[in-house]
Write a protein that binds this ligand. Structure first.
Ligand code: PLP
Length: 400
């Protein structure tokens, strides 16, 4: 019999994907230049040269089956060593290849880590607004997702709300900074406060409550802001990292999970992650991409372009009278619906060819997400339509 839960997931596409597909239809009807698709977080900046050169060099120089063969389940040993070396040098954190598990992107890391750290009926906290797939990943294992809203003024963690929400069923807290969808970057103080709360709660309930640090946007950070490396503040941390956004290669599917060696039972956690990956039939992460990683570590695509997009949109939208939080990282803006109704706002924006994702699936009402990883030309052309869109609400409030 067909599995109902899986059927439902397959039939109902995510709101983001739905909007992206709608955009393709709308472009066919209205013409490419009249549709401004801000739905998907698909990087628009070319990968750094190191990616294409690295792949070409591997194809040219490594001609035996080794290049395309299975690696060990945890991943290629040289790649894992290179990642551990990078972590210890870049973040002055203890690291060893034994605690690095190669995955198909951050998504592959998240499902494996959640599989390892949660049991049926346990709870995983997500700081809201959150990446909608967290709910799917958490529920796959029979656990439940409990959203805890961030502070409304800047979307940083609300430690008092977390304190009230964490009970003994909580196995882990997912922390995503720089954040999708708000662009918030959590400060060192935010992380210290979170760490001391979780230490207290872990002691109270006599078990570790893990932080799962979801970090696909780690390098996408502006204004000289720093992204604290959470294992340096909280021992029971597992980092889920991805090269999708930093190297602009999301379709290639490469990332890793890193267990802090200081975590309680770090070796057992690592074994459980391998077990979860095995149960998912992952076998190993894509071999060619694993072998590319050592030559690309620490490199990024030209992030300045996103920074310029952010400046252009933020300045224009605030000057038109929109209400939005200043984003310090990732490539998203979170814009308040003038009526407080996200779906209505997203529908009205479609009239102007603007595809903005309503926030409800992010576990937060009343906003839309703008993915500004788009061409500067498209952004520039969209600005008059944003102005018309806000004009519609100004007219309404005058008439009322
Ligand atoms: N986590 C967050 C917050 C994301 O925004 C995304 C993708 O957009 C992912 C995880 C998954 O990324 P990946 O392509 O590395 O699987």
């Amino acid at each position: 019999m067909i599995n109902e839960k899986m059927k439902k997931l397959g039939v109902s596409r995510s709101t983001i994907r739905e909007l992206f597909e709608y955009g393709k239809k709308l472009k066919a009807e209205r013409g490419e230049n009249y549709v401004f698709d801000y739905s998907l977080g698909n990087p628009s900046v070319a990968p750094p040269d190191a990616v294409n050169l690295g792949i070409a060099s591997l194809l040219e120089n490594v001609r035996d089956v080794e290049l395309h063969g299975y690696t060990s389940a945890e991943g290629d040993i040289n790649t894992r060593r290179a990642i551990a070396k990078y972590i210890s040098e870049a973040f002055s954190a203890p690291a060893s290849y034994e605690y690095v598990y190669m995955t198909a992107g951050a998504a592959g890391a998240l499902v494996s880590v959640l599989g390892a750290l949660t049991n049926e009926n346990e709870t995983v906290i997500a700081l809201a607004p959150y990446f909608p797939e967290y709910k799917v990943f958490v529920e796959r294992n029979g656990a439940r997702l409990k959203p805890v809203m961030c502070k409304a003024n800047d979307f940083t963690p609300d430690v008092d709300a977390l304190d009230a929400a964490i009970d003994e069923s909580v196995a882990a807290v997912i922390v995503n900074s720089p954040n999708n969808p708000t662009g918030a970057v959590y400060s060192e103080d935010d992380i210290k406060n979170l760490a001391s709360l979780l230490e207290r709660k872990s002691k109270q309930y006599g078990k570790p409550i893990y932080i799962i640090a979801d970090e696909p946007y780690r390098e996408l950070v502006y204004d000289g802001k720093e992204v604290p490396f959470i294992p340096n503040y909280y021992n029971n941390t597992v980092v889920c990292y991805s090269y999708s956004k930093s190297l602009s290669i999301p379709g290639e599917r490469i990332g890793y999970a890193f267990v802090s060696p200081r975590a309680d039972d770090a070796k057992t956690v690592m074994r459980a992650i391998c077990g979860a990956g095995r149960a998912l039939g992952y076998v190993c992460a894509p071999s060619l991409l694993q072998k590319l990683v050592p030559s690309c570590i620490g490199k990024t695509s030209d992030i300045k372009l996103y920074e310029e997009n952010r400046r252009m949109l933020y300045e224009a939208l605030t000057s038109y009278g929109f209400d939005l939080v200043y984003p310090s990282g990732a490539f998203y803006l979170f814009l308040k619906s003038p009526t407080g109704d996200a779906k209505e706002f997203s529908e009205t924006a479609k009239k102007y060819g603007l595809l903005l994702v309503p926030s409800d699936d992010f576990g937060c009402e009343g906003y839309v997400r703008i993915a500004y990883c788009q061409s500067p030309d498209m952004i520039l052309r969209s600005l008059p339509y944003f102005e018309k869109l806000v004009g519609e609400y100004k007219k309404e409030s005058k008439n009322n």
